[in-house]
Write a protein that binds this ligand. Structure first.
Ligand code: HEM
Length: 103
């Protein structure tokens, strides 16, 4: 999974966090064929539909209500992370502010 999603032949500057990779030049959502977080083929994740629905509800609920940013003077972790059962980000500090109308 890591190698597929860091292959410089398919990803321009794979170490950079650039969500705009997933938009085409008209700003529409674009999914590169080499993006496969749920695997592919006969062993593809059976929970993909559930996970996508849950992630959408969870993440959109947070982004609707709060703005997230780096804490002053604190840098965000690199993408190396810590390898366990899954690759985890190192601990980091964020500033979370309620958005207008959600105070
Ligand atoms: C963001 C959430 C999730 C991600 C990124 C994810 C990713 C994956 C990946 C990469 C595989 C291995 C595919 C392969 O071997 O090629 C997998 C397998 C599997 N996932 Fe998920 N998964 C997620 C959520 C879930 C959920 C919510 C469930 C169950 C409700 C689930 C159940 C399974 C099962 C049972 C397999 C084994 C399938 C098999 O080997 O036949 N996953 N998942």
């Amino acid at each position: 999974m890591w190698a597929i999603h860091h292959d410089p032949e398919h990803w321009d500057q794979p170490e950079d966090f650039r969500p705009e990779r997933f938009l085409d030049d008209k700003g529409q959502r674009f999914t590169p064929s080499c993006f496969m977080p749920f695997g592919a083929g006969p062993r593809v994740c059976v929970g993909e539909s559930l996970a996508r629905l849950e992630l959408f509800l969870f993440v959109s609920g947070l982004l609707q209500r709060f703005s997230f940013g780096p804490a002053p003077g604190v840098s965000l972790p690199d993408l190396e992370g810590r390898l366990g059962v899954v690759l985890q980000p190192l601990r980091y500090t964020l500033t979370v502010t309620p958005r207008a109308g959600w105070e």
